[in-house]
Design a protein around this ligand. Structure first.
Ligand SMILES: [Zn+2]
Ligand SMILES: [Zn+2]
Length: 166
């Protein structure tokens, strides 16, 4: 049975669809992925390029080496993909998938660069977004203001984005 997966960037200028379930869900700690994502690791899942289709906008690419193209939205900067020059394969960023919760990583690459305190930070004390004042000015009123004015594309396809005023 064929599957339908969709995804895109934060601002909605780039949207894509996949005709199969992506495989090889993974995270990569290598320094190049850390830079691409501006984070501790990149998170990807693969499809053949023939199973990937852009449905809105274009992906911009930074050619980080002779065999790697790192794709992002030029309007909002969301990392969207990793493309191999030598293989008919594209890895989409798990965070850009609408169904990111269904794409649990099964492997980690680039262990040589894994932050030594990575496991530790997941045990830090924390707060839930919007639940009370967390001491740095993130009041429920501020989160309400953000929610009402959010320009983030929702986790499903839209006919128009941003929505036109009625
Ligand atoms: Zn965007
Ligand atoms: Zn990497």
């Amino acid at each position: 049975m064929s599957e339908h997966w969709t995804g895109g960037c934060q601002c909605g200028a780039v949207r894509y669809e996949l005709s199969v379930r992506p495989t090889n869900a993974c995270i990569c700690h290598c320094r190049m992925c850390q830079k691409q994502f501006g984070n501790f690791f990149g998170a990807f899942a693969d499809v053949n390029t023939s199973d990937f289709k852009l449905t809105r906008g274009e992906i911009s690419y930074f050619k980080s080496s002779d065999d790697a193209l790192r794709g992002f939205c030029r309007d909002c900067g969301t990392p969207i993909a990793y493309k191999f020059a030598s293989q008919p394969k594209i890895s989409v960023s798990i965070g850009s998938l609408d169904r990111h919760l269904d794409m649990k990583p099964q492997f980690q690459y680039g262990l040589e660069s894994r932050e030594p305190w990575l496991l530790e930070v997941l045990s830090l004390p924390g707060s839930v977004t919007g639940e009370g004042d967390n001491g740095v000015g993130d009041t429920p009123e501020r989160f309400e203001k953000i929610r009402l004015s959010s320009k983030q594309h929702p986790d499903h396809d839209t006919a128009n984005w941003p929505p036109r005023p009625l």
